[in-house]
Design a protein around this ligand. Structure first.
Ligand SMILES: Nc1ncnc2c1ncn2[C@@H]1O[C@H](COP(=O)(O)OP(=O)(O)OP(=O)(O)O)[C@@H](O)[C@H]1O
Ligand SMILES: [Mg+2]
Length: 380
């Protein structure tokens, strides 16, 4: 399949160790290789600054600004020319100085100020990093964040629901900790929590179904299939076919009943902010966290490929870029070659990093390669 979504030019200005980078690209996978500390991950991170959120390192606006010149309060920018079915869009993200001496985030699409959702629409992307190698055995919060990002890629309003839910939850907790048991005030916040909470859970359940069906219909291959499950109070209700209005009402009622408990605990103990994503290695019928390091990675790769397939087949979404930092890590030669084949058949461009050029040998001339060294990038 030809690549219908790709970055044809990427420019970085004062981003981490890249003073000024200007990459001209075609639609083939982009392989970045070079020694440790060269700036490979920084390039992937720069791309992810175009997605909602704070990029693959969850960095602040100021820490990604290139250090060295003076203090870190300096502007930085990432700009990408995106080709999608022959149509060109230019998206950019960065930080600008404010008159007060602070920094603010800026985002543009075709020269106009844009929202995070508008940027995301132009270049959907999924990424995998070595930090996610421990996703299955690490804390639930990381899996929740991972899954919410998958959801955000197909339902941009998910970010709004999550922010609104958090706001109401924080405000309720503030009242509870100050022992302000004002029924109508708390009730109002709890109704907000339940409305946004139900929207969050419903969107997650929808994502799970789409993802699972993309996994189930993927041909058997080097990447094991996962059986996914969302563990959460509201998600379980939706899985059991409950109507949204009932889920909302019951959750509001529950929150009302547990005010005393949550006041004592210092946080809300129930709700979609506590949900978890569970996965099993389907063929081995084994929980993901009990699989080997390489198997856990392969499960995650399978999930990422399925996500790209689910998005591509979703009329409300479309093809997506796949970014894999240290693509070869934990994968044997056969799996690596299988990964490359799968990436070549994805409708969105792949971006990969590795320390050695020969890790990408199996691509032959089906990929473009760049050597990264001290923040300088040269095509090979
Ligand atoms: N804000 C910043 N300003 C300048 N340099 C930075 C900034 N943040 C990080 N760096 C530097 O960028 C360099 C490259 O980092 P990066 O993570 O991209 O390396 P890499 O090529 O992926 O290496 P590895 O193979 O070890 O993963 C690091 O040496 C780091 O110190
Ligand atoms: Mg790196």
């Amino acid at each position: 399949m030809s690549h219908s979504l790709y970055v044809s030019r990427l420019t970085l200005t004062s981003f981490r160790n890249h003073a000024a980078l200007d990459l001209q690209l075609d639609g083939r996978p982009v392989c970045l290789f070079g020694p440790n500390g060269a700036g490979k991950t920084n390039i992937l991170e720069a791309l992810t600054m175009l997605a909602p959120g704070r990029g693959l390192r969850t960095a602040s606006l100021t820490e990604v600004a290139r250090a060295g010149d003076e203090f870190r309060v300096q502007p930085w920018a990432v700009s990408a020319r995106i080709m999608h079915d022959g149509e060109e869009t230019i998206v950019g993200a960065g930080a600008e100085r404010t008159p007060e001496g602070g920094v603010k985030r800026v985002a543009r699409r075709d020269g106009q100020p844009a929202t995070a959702a508008e940027l995301a629409e132009a270049a959907r992307m999924t990424w995998l990093t070595p930090a996610m190698d421990r996703l299955w055995s690490g804390p639930a919060g990381d899996r929740r964040k991972f899954f919410d990002r998958l959801t955000l890629a197909r339902a941009s309003e998910h970010g709004h629901s999550a922010a609104a839910y958090e706001r109401a939850m924080r405000e309720r907790q503030r009242l509870l900790s100050e022992r302000v048991f004002d029924d109508s005030w708390l009730g109002g916040l709890e109704r907000e929590m339940s409305a946004h909470g139900a929207a969050i859970a419903a969107a997650r359940v929808e994502t799970l179904h789409r993802l699972q069906s993309a996994i189930d219909t993927r041909p058997d291959g080097a990447f094991p299939k996962a059986l996914l499950e969302l563990e959460g109070l509201l998600e379980a209700r939706f899985e059991n076919g409950a109507a949204s209005a009932d889920v909302e009402e019951d959750f509001a009622e529950l929150l009302r009943e547990v005010r005393g408990r949550d006041a004592g605990a210092g946080r809300a103990l129930d709700g979609p902010h506590r949900s978890d994503l569970l996965a099993r290695h389907a063929a081995k019928d084994m929980p993901a966290d009990q699989c080997s390091t390489g198997e856990q990675k392969a499960l995650l790769v399978g999930l990422t490929l399925a996500q790209a397939r689910a998005l591509a087949g979703d009329p409300g979404a479309g093809p997506s870029l796949i970014l894999i930092d240290e693509a070869a890590a934990h994968l044997d030669g056969i799996r690596r070659a299988a990964l490359f084949d799968e990436l070549l058949s994805n409708a969105g461009q792949a971006w990969l990093t590795g320390t050695d050029e020969n890790l990408f040998e199996a691509f032959g001339d089906r990929a473009q390669r760049f050597e990264v060294k001290d923040g300088k990038v040269t095509p090979t």
